[in-house]
Design a protein around this ligand. Structure first.
Ligand code: ADE
Length: 418
């Protein structure tokens, strides 16, 4: 097995079955793959990807490879790689450098290995690859046509780079496509975060007080699904409009210092640092569960929790119990890393098909427009966004109405009124 570093190649048969399962739930990506296989729009294109290595990402990698691309993959989080899936990808001849439980030094070693292919395109989930190119591998920049970013946190980092005139090639914010954000971030995070908490703890959500920090698309989806499981949901926010929206959506809104006293389960979904800290832990009820579903492990200050605890023990896989000086126990899931990918399998294939459909078509767009774009963060072109919505509706056998000629004319006129 050349150009790979994975944990266990013998897991490939299990991984291949998982990927087959994902494929059968990702008909839009399969359709794009068929066209790519015929038209080969990515012939000769080298793609370096730093993504969560799940069965869905495997289907994206296969799609890009079908289009003629050479793909090299590494992970975008230490706990999100599915070892059987990467073994399967390696058995299919895709370069992959990733394993679950990777340490920081090896994480960056893997990033450098995928960059060694001298990519034309970079795919990121969190902007670590682009950040490495701009800081340590600058000599690669002239060969790069453009990049793509999958998640909100990464888009924020890239916009900051563009604002500081530090971004040296164009990037498409796949995260911000309507057919990504409104579905993956909302329904994907809602579903997979609950899944992660349930798989790790098997607790009953009905009747529990569930606190969601942040009411962006991810927080909205999670709050909606927690309520659906019978929990009483509280939202914490710093944005007045979002706080108001949460309240009018029927959720309680409170500052974290208040919610900390009564929550049974806390999940952070803000993208910011220090959402749960040493100010909050001692206020929590005995046995309170805390988890994060944001991209980086900075939302819960685990260092402070470690420092203040008088005892720590692992109760179940990825379930750590901290006993505080006041003898109350706080239960941390997945070491404060993305609970949906570390304790479950990430978002379901059906939403990833939309996100990765955007990734595949945006890759084709970047190649077609090589040299024509500026060094800034672009939105996904509206035609691509709409095409993904149309293909998804078709895959779900959902039909919709079309405007009549008269309706179109009415909508474009300004003369008719009262
Ligand atoms: N991000 C969230 N869920 C994911 C999944 N299933 N695959 C890849 N990236 C993800």
């Amino acid at each position: 097995m050349k150009n790979c570093k994975i944990k266990n190649a013998s897991l490939a048969p299990a991984g291949l079955k998982k990927i087959e399962w994902a494929r059968s739930h990702m008909p839009v990506l399969e359709r794009i793959k068929k066209r790519f296989a015929k038209e080969k729009p990515l012939e000769g294109v080298r793609i370096a990807a730093c993504l969560h290595n799940t069965k869905e990402t495997a289907v994206l990698a296969e799609t890009l490879a079908a289009g003629g691309a050479q793909v090299a993959l590494c992970g975008s989080n230490p706990l999100s790689t599915q070892d059987d899936v990467v073994a399967a990808l390696a058995s299919e001849g895709i370069s992959v450098y990733a394993w679950r439980g990777i340490n920081k030094k090896d994480y960056y070693w893997c990033i450098n290995k995928v960059l060694d292919i001298k990519p034309h395109i970079t795919l990121d989930d969190g902007a670590d690859l682009i950040s490495a190119v701009h800081s340590k591998r600058k000599q690669l920049i002239p060969g790069i046509i453009g990049g793509q970013e999958e998640t909100t946190t990464g888009v924020i980092r890239l916009k900051a780079m563009a604002k500081a005139c530090a971004l040296k090639f164009p990037v498409i914010a796949v995260n911000d496509a309507k057919t990504k954000m409104m579905f993956d971030n909302r329904y994907g995070t809602g579903s997979s975060t609950i899944d992660g908490i349930m798989r790790a703890t098997n607790i009953l959500l009905a009747g529990k007080r569930f606190v969601v920090a942040g009411y962006g698309w991810c927080g909205r989806g999670l709050a909606m699904r927690a309520r659906g499981m019978g929990a009483l949901v509280t939202i914490t926010e710093v944005d007045a409009v979002k706080a108001l929206e949460a309240r009018m959506d029927g959720f309680e809104v409170a500052p974290m210092l208040e919610a900390a006293r009564y929550g049974d389960i806390f999940v952070t979904a803000t993208g910011d640092i220090d959402v749960l800290t040493k100010k909050h832990f001692p206020l929590m009820k005995d046995g309170a569960i805390i988890a994060n579903t944001g991209h980086f492990d900075c939302e819960i200050n685990v260092k402070q929790l470690d420092a203040m605890a008088k005892r720590k023990r692992t109760i179940l896989p990825e379930v750590d119990e901290y006993t505080l000086p006041n003898n109350r126990r706080v239960i941390l899931l997945a070491q404060g890393r993305l609970v949906n990918l570390a304790c479950a399998e990430g978002h379901p294939s059906e939403v990833m098909m939309m996100s990765f459909g955007n990734q595949a078509l945006a890759t084709e767009y970047l190649v077609k427009n090589a040299g024509k774009l500026k060094n800034k963060v672009y939105e996904v072109p509206d035609e691509i966004d709409r095409e993904i919505a149309r293909l998804t509706l078709q895959a779900m056998s959902i039909k919709m109405d079309v405007l009549t000629k008269e309706q179109e004319e009415y909508l474009s006129s300004w003369t008719s009124g009262t």
